[in-house]
Design a protein. Structure first.
Length: 205
């Protein structure tokens, strides 16, 4: 396989001094953010740039739907929103699930506008109006959906339903109890926010 050095970049994820990398005597350009499998990976491993990117796409798509689906049935608007807008905001969400309130709220605001689009209710500003729309449409908040998706993924990993961590990362308790299933995950030292985002809720899955 041959690589075009001018189209190759370096993304360093560490706190050490920057190093130069070359390919065919060409110094590779270092970048702070680079796309990978549809996700915008940043060198500080934060997801604000990615969330800003998908927010712009989702907003643009929602605007297109509002202009072109004004007179279609509510069920059609709901399907269009879920298929074209919400899917954009949930692609790979088990990986980049935000923990910062600003990022969470930014995505929820788009969904709130989507709810108004589905219900064709752009004027109501009473307290609880969005909650009522969500209840009528039987839809969860994006944060609730991401939480459920992460738990489902962890369950699949533990049960070996998806290729993931090697079996050595899971240990069997020395003394199984009624409240402890056969498989648990081994702890490791980390400052990763994932530990506070749902992993603790999966013990004993």
């Amino acid at each position: 396989m041959r690589f075009n050095a001018k189209k190759c970049y370096v993304l360093s994820i560490n706190k050490k001094a920057d190093k130069f990398y070359t390919l065919n005597k060409h110094i590779l350009q270092e970048v702070q953010v680079n796309p990978y499998l549809g996700l915008q990976i940043s060198n500080d491993l934060k997801w604000s740039f990615h969330i800003n990117n998908i927010s712009k796409k989702a907003n643009a798509t929602l605007g297109f739907l509002r202009r072109n689906l004004r007179n279609v049935p509510e069920a059609c608007r709901k399907v269009a929103y879920i298929s074209l807008v919400r899917s954009t905001m949930e692609y790979g969400a088990t990986i980049w699930n935000p923990y910062m309130k600003g990022d969470i709220d930014k995505l929820e605001r788009i969904q709130n506008r989507g709810l108004r689009f589905i219900k064709k209710n752009y004027r109501s500003r009473e307290t609880g109006s969005i909650t009522n729309m969500r209840r009528q449409l039987e839809m969860e908040t994006l944060e609730e959906r991401r939480h459920s998706l992460r738990l489902i993924l962890i369950y699949k990993v533990v049960e070996g339903l998806v290729p993931a961590l090697p079996a050595d990362n899971f240990v069997i308790p020395a003394r199984p109890k009624r409240t402890i299933k056969a498989k648990t995950y081994s702890n490791c030292e980390t400052d990763n926010i994932i530990e506070r985002q749902g992993i603790n809720n999966t013990r004993g899955i």
